[in-house]
Design a protein around this ligand. Structure first.
Ligand SMILES: [Zn+2]
Length: 654
């Protein structure tokens, strides 16, 4: 296995090799929007503007100064790899924007930074749970290695809403950055409290609750920030307005839709968004997730009417409804319906029970006593099946696992039978299509009745469709527009929508992850750096934090795609001669009929290679002998059986 350690060393070397970037912005940046030019005239104009600014230097104290790196230790890991990368110098009066992760992903990874002078503010903090491509690591998180050098400069951490792809890795990232004050809306703050409490770092956190409907401008350090209310699929979702002292004004919708009749939230605050326009917005970043969908997304009210009809007509046996755990408004609709038809709701799945309990405590959910129960194998027996509505879920990445258990009769309280009706009041997360079809097939085989959003309107999207995207662009009227989230395809459609309205082609900024973009004062020009921040994918695997390119993951990949062959050479310490038979173990390499012949041939070849090597170079180092054995055997096996196992020779001196 020594070569894997060599690879590890190489990884460490490559990290250290990233040299310090000292170049001035003019040398490292290029003009983003062709058609405009970095002229002397513009420079003069900006100099004049600069003279008008308030030159008071920002306060340099850090309100977390007593927080030491090593102080926070607990059940979680927060030690990011070292990097020698430094951000290029930010020109005076300029405002910098970096997507730390956000685009070109099937899935959502949200984290951004904005910088002015020495002050940095961060927005959102994603987690991505493992899928089979990630080779059984637990989850991946954003790489904030380069930011750990600037932790004294990080003044704010803004969070937009409570979905895990916006908050999920705070327990790792937040302490690594010295726990700057966190600003969240109410529902979000409580979900994050739970996460930080479980990690044992709640006492280090500075949590500041904001009201997205208050229309108040917050001024901390160099930035002005305002939250504004939008609709989405989780309560208390907000968009952001960020203003730097040199009037770079950014509006970010984050995940949004416009719903005039939402279930528990207020409708998106279009009045306020229209007022914000009057400040002359430099840049609008807007959610591209729904770009492929024409017209408007359906309102939650329509879903309520459909679910009401289903419950009203379903009088014979159990009703099982699958939803996302964070879709609290859908739960409220089901509670209202259950109360109307004298039914009892049973919650199945831990995340659902926890979210409902927080939402109830905070007053987001209202219910009569006894209508909602946490499901146990005993309490379901007390309610007749036709009076039961079972709400089942998994998190977004384990979407229907409780339902799968019910279908396989492995659930502790429910076994699906022919009279059950199962409603999929949710969409399929891309990538999960196969497993959802598998569950539906399984349910149909049990003769259960299955209803999906293709049969009835039992689900609506949480993201804006094309007409809602147009409303947002028209209300904000930005100088520059940046479509964000999801693949290039989705963002390009959003770009086309904007150009189809009135946006100039040159003013639509299409960015990649880790681009460094600097806005000149008063929005004259936008510059994109020639370099990108060297961000890597960080994985959490058991109790360790590693790079996704680690030798361990490479080895797993190799084992998954090939097979394993272990050879044990017992050799004399002095003469280096093989003392006994070479022992062989293989997994996934040879079939029963061929095992004897092939193992024999491998042993013969291994002995030959080892002995020839020792004869040629008697004092060759062990690691070099191992390399030769591996290379020669790889060739041999490829020729003989056309298979490429991972070969692990072990030399034991006795
Ligand atoms: Zn979301």
């Amino acid at each position: 296995m020594k070569d894997y350690f060599d690879e590890l060393d190489k990884e460490i070397d490559s990290l250290s090799a990233i040299s310090q970037q000292k170049d001035d912005i003019i040398n490292t940046h290029i003009l983003f929007n062709e058609g405009l030019d970095w002229t002397t005239e513009n420079l003069e104009r900006e100099k004049k503007l600069a003279n008008n600014f308030n030159k008071k230097s920002p306060k340099k104290t850090n309100n977390n100064k007593n927080l030491e790196d090593e102080e926070i230790k607990g059940k979680f890991i927060s030690k990011f790899p070292d990097t020698k990368f430094y951000l290029p110098t930010l020109r005076e009066w300029y405002t910098r924007y970096i997507p730390i992760w956000w685009n070109n992903e099937t899935g959502a990874k949200n984290m951004w930074m904005v910088q002015y002078g020495n002050d940095i503010l961060l927005i959102d903090c994603w987690v991505q749970f493992a899928d089979p491509d990630m080779l059984w690591v637990n989850y991946s998180i954003p790489d904030v290695s380069f930011l750990t050098k600037y932790k004294k400069n990080i003044k704010w951490f803004l969070i937009t809403h409570a979905h895990l792809d916006h908050i999920g890795s705070l327990k790792h990232v937040y302490p690594a950055l010295w726990c700057p004050p966190l600003y969240w809306t109410r529902f979000t703050i409580w979900l994050i409290r739970k996460q930080l409490e479980e990690a044992g770092i709640l006492d280090k956190a500075v949590l500041i609750e904001v009201d997205a409907g208050s229309r108040e401008m917050m001024k901390i350090w160099e930035f002005k920030v305002e939250y504004f209310r939008v609709n989405h699929s989780v309560p208390d979702c907000a968009g952001l307005y960020i203003e730097s002292p040199t009037w770079t004004k950014i509006v970010h919708t984050w995940d949004f839709k416009i719903d005039f009749s939402p279930a528990i939230d207020q409708p998106a605050d279009l009045d306020r968004i229209a007022e914000i326009w009057k400040r002359w917005i430099s840049l609008l970043m807007s959610d591209s997730t729904g770009s492929i969908r024409k017209w408007f997304s359906m309102s939650e009210k329509n879903v309520w009417e459909e679910l009401d009809k289903i419950v009203a007509n379903h009088t014979k046996w159990r009703l099982i409804i699958a939803i996302f755990a964070s879709w609290i408004s859908r739960v409220q609709q089901l509670i209202n319906i259950a109360e109307k038809y004298w039914k009892t709701i049973f919650l199945s799945w831990r995340s659902m029970v926890e979210n409902v309990s927080i939402a109830k405590d905070l007053g987001y959910l209202t219910m009569k006593p006894g209508v909602v129960k946490k499901m146990t194998s005993k309490n379901v027996e007390w309610i007749p099946p036709h009076k039961q509505i079972i709400i089942t879920t998994g998190s977004q990445w384990e979407q229907f696992s409780a339902l799968a258990r019910m279908a396989e009769w492995k659930h502790n309280a429910v076994e699906i039978i022919r009279w059950d009706t199962i409603v999929f009041s949710s969409s399929v997360v891309p990538g999960n299509e196969k497993s959802v079809v598998w569950i539906i097939n399984k349910l149909i085989r049990l003769w259960a009745n299955v209803i999906t959003k293709d049969d009835w309107e039992v689900h609506t999207w949480g993201h804006a469709f094309q007409e809602e995207q147009k409303i947002m662009i028209n209300l904000v009227k930005p100088k520059y527009f940046m479509p964000v989230f999801w693949d290039l395809y989705f963002r390009t459609l959003h770009r086309n929508t904007a150009i189809g309205l009135w946006m100039k082609d040159n003013n639509v900024l299409m960015l990649d992850n880790w681009n460094i973009v600097d806005f000149a004062p008063n929005n004259w020009n936008v510059f994109k750096s020639k370099i990108k921040v060297p961000i890597q994918e960080i994985i959490i695997d058991g109790h360790g934090m590693w790079l996704a390119t680690s030798h361990v993951i490479k080895a797993r990949e190799k084992m998954m795609n090939s097979w394993v062959l272990v050879l044990l050479f017992k050799v004399d310490k002095k003469t280096r001669a093989i003392m006994w038979h070479i022992k062989i173990e293989s997994r996934g390499l040879v079939y029963l009929d061929e095992v004897r012949n092939i193992h024999r041939a491998i042993i013969k070849k291994s002995r030959e290679v080892y002995e020839n090597t020792i004869v040629d170079v008697p004092d060759m180092e062990e690691k070099d002998i191992i390399k030769i054995i591996k290379t020669d055997l790889e060739k041999f096996l490829l020729q003989k059986i056309d298979r490429e196992p991972m070969i692990i020779p072990i030399i034991a001196e006795v």
